[in-house]
Design a binder for this molecule. Sequence first.
Ligand code: ADP
Ligand code: MG
Length: 288
Amino acid sequence: SIPLGFFGGIGAASKNGILIKGSNYLEALNAVKYAVFDKTGTLTKGVFEVTNIQPTETISKKQLLEYAAIAEVHSNHPIAQSIRTAYGKEIKDRDIQLYNEISGHGTQVNFDGKGILAGNAKFMNKEQIVFQEPNEIGTIVHVAVNKKYAGYIVISDQVKEDSAKAIRTLKELGIKKTVMLTGDAKAVGDTVGQELALDEVHAELLPQNKVEEIEKLETHKAPKEKIAFVGDGINDTPVLARADVGIAMGGLGSDAAIEAADVVIMTDEPYKISSAIRIAKRTRGIVW
Ligand code: ADP
Ligand code: MG
């Protein structure tokens, strides 16, 4: 039979906006020594704002923004939403002949006889677009039209108010290592890493690379130590499933992430992860 204390622990967590999907995860939370985080939407707000529009000499800022907005017409990525918001006008999707979203790279559309690409440097390189890497702080979205570079748009995100406190508290609770895994550029990852005093940052990762990072950690840790991964996006589901404890941001997070997770933070506050560990420790005091 399941000891009553487990229900107490799960109940206490749920009163704090934390959904724990089984008593085995309470036990696992107790043994977490490595806390691994996604960046966008997990440690940062995931609400981007366009801060610079830099076209090549041949087109205007307005034209560049329009191309980007067309390329992002169907994407649910927070980057895409910010570009559409900055553009502000409606795009008729009946004029789009083809739409492709390439995970961790960007988007591709055919529109009005033009092939438009919008995405990161990795994507431009893959498509053999000739361009120069700008020296700017923020997430850079490059745009190419008919295989020719058209310029870039800079967007920025902000760390959540409680992220620094969350990382600090986890260290106080005996977490050995805090790690951030991101598909974003290294400069952006490092800035967030320094601001939050994270132990490690791994940037420019594809979803499958995030799983590989978890597997690397696994070979380094002691057998009884557990790895928690915290994420919010559809992209994060393989990693959420792979970690010992998958924790999803449930408020604005995707349904797929919530489903793949073992623990769901309903309020999207990273600080709640330490609350979950505290509740798990208290429950152990009662049950074991
Ligand atoms: P994160 O790991 O930060 O959650 P993602 O894996 O969702 O990021 O995306 C990684 C990177 O891929 C983004 O930082 C961006 O450069 C690029 N990217 C992904 N989707 C898009 C998109 N719809 N438009 C432009 N760039 C994108
Ligand atoms: Mg994310």
